[in-house]
Design a binder for this molecule. Structure first.
Ligand SMILES: [Zn+2]
Length: 444
């Protein structure tokens, strides 16, 4: 049964996807230089294609006098403007390639804050995105057709995966069981633990916050949970304390994968390091400081991404809204020639803002709540420069001394004028995309 299903799965896979996976496997352990060659070729091809076929970029090339060759592509890309979500909305029609005859579909960004952006993606993009997902699954120890549990929250993805041919494909071919992380209530979490114990997945793929909630619940109730080979966490920052609790609860390694709906899988750590290998097969990634200069080792910068394989609407230097720390050395101990970055420190929305424009990593406000046993759930909201609200679902009464300590620590970093309010509530809902946000900055 297994063998025939596996064959069927291979038939489901497009030739493009199989070719992309072969390329990834062939290049995986080659040198950094060889990987750079690959980036040069892909980057040249997509920029050249965009200038010739995408009206917005035809104009850019004319205006900026771009003369593209394979030799100068890493310099000429600097002449391309940054693509923001606003430009994407405004120039939507001009960003679409002329005379594109392939299959494509509409997608939207997660949009945890504000309006989600709409963009178009084609079949080739999809094949390459599926390939990188499969490639990262391999790193986490899962081979094609082995059991997978997805603790996922996007309603679209869940609905798509639970009816008709998709349901059949997921259940029998991909052997994927979906658990909806939209509502991580105690009742649901109990059900999920039972499902994991019964299904015994090779790996679990989950939203960082959802698997963290599940680990906390398991730990608190001293439940027995099946230990998969590994866990892939995605969508959201995986902090050190989250990593430790998840790994010790499920007794396995956690792989931190970073990606987005706009561009798919961007990076993932390997089995020997917590640094993240970039998906050099599908993207050209730039990490730039405020002056638009590439960040040095250890520096924090904004992430800009150029997609290689989406010909209906190529994204060039797309400002994804996340920040990353550049690694001390791009080479990883595992021997792979794929560049690494140190970490993604989260959405710019995962930062609180000060009046002088400086950012404070929102993790600072979260860690003030660590190890406080009277807190069941929380969300911290910056309403304005001088108002921070701690919304808390109580486990038991909050000691006054703890509240005073939190207030003092917030003021230490935000200034004495900053007001700190505590709101005690019955529940906190996840955002529209199903992701639970621990911190929200409402200053735009
Ligand atoms: Zn590595």
């Amino acid at each position: 049964m297994r063998v025939s299903l596996l064959r069927l799965f291979r038939r489901f896979k497009s030739k493009q996807m199989s070719r992309a996976i072969s390329l990834m496997r062939n290049l995986e352990y080659k040198s950094l230089n060889e990987c750079k060659q690959l980036q040069r070729d892909f980057l040249f091809n997509i920029l050249d294609y965009s200038i010739k076929n995408v009206p917005y970029y035809t104009n850019v090339a004319r205006r900026k006098k771009i003369q593209l060759t394979k030799e100068n592509v890493f310099e000429e890309i600097n002449k391309f403007p940054i693509l923001t979500k606003n430009i994407l909305k405004k120039e939507f029609k001009n960003l679409r390639a002329k005379n594109f005859s392939g299959t494509y579909f509409r997608n939207t960004s997660g949009g945890s804050t504000g309006e989600p952006a709409i963009f178009l993606q084609d079949n080739e993009y999809l094949a390459h995105n599926n390939a990188i997902r499969e490639f990262f699954y391999n790193w986490a120890g899962r081979r094609e057709g082995e059991r997978l549990i997805k603790l996922w929250g996007s309603q679209d993805d869940i609905l798509k995966g639970s009816s008709g041919i998709d349901k059949f494909y997921n259940k029998f071919i991909q052997r994927t069981l979906f658990l909806n992380s939209f509502e991580m209530s105690e009742k649901n979490m109990m059900k999920y633990i039972k499902s994991i114990n019964k299904y015994r997945p090779k790996i679990i793929e989950a939203y960082a916050q959802s698997i963290y909630e599940l680990a906390k619940f398991t730990h608190k109730n001293k439940l027995k949970v099946y230990s998969p080979q590994s866990i892939i966490s995605s969508a959201g920052t995986l902090s050190e304390d989250m990593r430790n609790l998840i790994e010790s609860t499920f007794k396995c390694k956690i792989f931190n994968r970073y990606g987005s709906r706009e561009v798919g899988g961007i990076a993932c750590n390997c089995e020997v390091s917590n640094n993240l290998h970039l998906n050099i097969f599908n993207h050209y990634v730039e990490i730039l400081n405020k002056n638009m200069v590439p960040c040095k080792s250890g520096e924090v910068g904004e992430i800009y991404i150029t997609t290689f394989h989406n010909h209906i609407m190529p994204l060039i230097r797309y400002k994804i809204g996340d920040m990353a720390v550049v690694a001390n050395t791009p080479k990883c101990k595992c021997g792979r020639g794929i560049y690494t970055i140190k970490s993604v420190i989260g959405r710019t929305t995962e930062h609180f803002k000060k009046k002088d424009d400086s950012l404070v990593f929102a993790g600072y406000f979260r860690q003030l709540l660590y190890y406080l046993d009277w807190i069941k759930k929380y969300q911290i909201i910056q309403k304005r420069y001088n108002l921070i609200i701690y919304r808390i679902v109580l486990e038991k009464d909050a000691p006054k001394t703890d509240l005073e300590k939190i207030e003092k620590s917030v003021k230490k970093i935000m200034g004495n004028k900053c007001e700190v309010k505590f709101e005690f509530v019955k529940s906190i809902s996840p955002s529209k995309s199903g992701k639970f946000l621990y911190t929200v900055c409402e200053i735009t």
